[in-house]
Design a protein around this ligand. Structure first.
Ligand code: NAD
Length: 459
């Protein structure tokens, strides 16, 4: 790994910062190679998960990758443009500007839940900013990770991008390398370790982490439309999405309607139940057992468990399908209300006024996303101004991630920094401020030996 990093850095220094043509060429090669391997990728991801429909992979991953590469190609000249800055009055004969310079070699660490998009979109961003990259994908999607390694080697030299395979130990060694920037996507727990390792080399980090994202329903706004959006966000990829609504906050008067509409909508989305072709499996036995124990713990502590379709215990463990499940009467003593669920279990909490909601959200770690279903009015504004979350979706779930022009990232325990949009380009660039001396300069009159002019200025 250290040798590859050294080779990439040497190539970067020898070849210099790539111009716009070369950056676009890399982006186009990336787009072409991903599309050429489309079917192989869909099969590898399906095999790694147990089941995941090619449509889900197409919509949730491939589309996003292609869309963000196209966005970067379209906006690259604007992003790369030198920015003129104002100069102070005494310096007015000179000029100042900011130049966005590639950093060098970017380390990219990825999780398993969207193994294609969470490696390829960071890579595209690194290329757009003129960098080289080393990628460490997840060990939990071995077929996909190995395919990504093979696929990239078809069109890129190892000095441009290289893929390192392995588990936590390799991840630990990877995060200790002296990259010029490290973008980590994964859990808050591992994010802490990664940041610690990076700090030894003063490597700047972007941390894309997890957390518990609430979905708040304004009173009277539990309806077919809002429910479709919620179910889409919660059950896509069987809830194994960093920005999936983790729990719902519903007005007490709307609880019954919420439960019946959720069941109805989930059944309509997945008419063949969890064993149907469109419902994604849980990634591993360990994750399946973790979800089962969250459920047991909640049930044991008095939660009402409402299963849509097949009961989780009866669902075939063979392909690890876990039925959509609602939990009512939950409280903070339950593990399900403490840790990120990352699966198709949705606890439903009730409230009686919006201030309670604000208090509830603010008493917990800052979430990666917050969803609000209701009119875009003063109440919505209050919720947005009084709470802090990585991003917000109003009357939708997940859609903010698909907006290439919006920064995507968390805050506090849900992350640090952001990518997508110009923010991603800038996170992987060095903003170099340059001041060019003009013919005249008042500050020159302030050099030693100090005289009357210095007295005048300081008076
Ligand atoms: P994870 O933190 O377990 O693993 C992420 C990566 O870190 C993997 O490549 C893994 O091999 C590596 N790793 C594991 N242990 C390590 C260690 N000790 N030192 C260094 N590297 C190590 O995360 P996961 O289970 O793969 O993914 C699920 C988590 O990722 C969830 O918390 C989810 O919310 C989060 N996530 C966040 C985003 C986002 O954009 N914010 C996107 C997807 C997933």
């Amino acid at each position: 790994m250290a040798v590859t990093l050294c080779q990439q850095r040497t190539a970067f220094l020898n070849e210099g910062a790539p111009g716009i043509g070369e950056r676009k060429d890399r982006l186009k090669r990336l787009r072409a190679v991903v599309l050429a391997h489309r079917m192989e990728l869909e099969s590898a991801i399906r095999a790694d998960f147990g089941n995941r429909s090619r449509h889900e992979t197409g919509i949730m991953e491939l589309m996003g990758v292609v869309q963000s590469i196209d966005y970067l190609v379209r906006n690259l000249s604007r992003f790369m443009k030198r920015e003129r800055r104002h100069v102070g009055i005494p310096y007015r004969w000179g000029s100042a500007y900011v130049e966005y310079q590639p950093l060098g070699v970017i380390g990219i660490m990825a999780p398993w839940n969207y193994p294609l998009s969470l490696t390829m979109i960071p890579l595209a961003t690194a290329f757009a900013a003129g960098n080289r990259a080393m990628i460490k994908p997840s060990e939990l999607t071995p077929r996909t990770s190995e395919l990504i390694q093979r696929m990239l080697a078809c069109v890129f030299r190892a000095e441009e991008v290289s893929v390192v395979l392995g588990g936590a130990e390799v991840g630990a060694a990877f995060s200790a390398l002296a990259f010029d920037h490290l973008l980590f996507t994964g859990s808050t727990q591992v994010g802490r370790k990664v940041m610690k390792a990076a700090s030894d080399n003063l490597v700047p980090v972007t941390l894309e982490l997890g957390g518990k994202s609430p979905a708040v329903f304004a009173p009277g706004h539990v309806n077919t439309r809002t429910m479709k959006s919620l179910v889409y966000g919660k059950l896509s990829n069987a809830g194994q999405t960093c920005v999936a609504p983790d729990y719902a906050l519903v007005h007490a008067d709307d609880l019954e309607r919420f439960i019946s509409l959720y069941k109805e909508t989930a059944s309509a989305f997945y008419p063949n139940g969890p064993a149907g072709p469109d419902y994604t499996s849980i990634i591993s036995e360990r994750h399946y057992d973790r979800l089962t124990s969250l459920l047991m713990d909640a049930r044991h502590k008095g939660a009402q468990v409402i299963v849509v379709g097949e009961s989780p215990e009866n669902a075939s463990k063979h392909i690890r399908t876990f039925a959509p499940t609602l939990l009512v009467n939950v409280d903070d003593s339950m593990a399900v209300m403490k840790e990120e669920i990352f699966g198709p279990i949705l606890p439903v909490c009730t409230y009686s006024n919006l201030l309670e909601v604000i208090e509830y959200v603010n008493a917990r770690p800052r979430p990666l996303a917050l969803y609000y279903f209701g009119p875009n009015d003063a109440r919505c504004k209050l919720l947005l101004t009084r709470t802090t979350s990585g991003n917000v979706g109003i009357n939708n779930t997940l859609m903010h991630v698909a907006q290439d022009d919006l920064p995507f990232g968390g805050v506090g325990p849900s992350g640090m920094g952001a990518y997508h949009g110009i923010e991603g380009f800038r996170a992987m660039s060095h903003a170099k401020g340059v001041y060019v001396q003009g013919k005249w300069s008042l500050p020159r009159l302030l050099h030693a030996p100090f005289g009357r002019f210095a007295d005048l200025v300081l008076a």
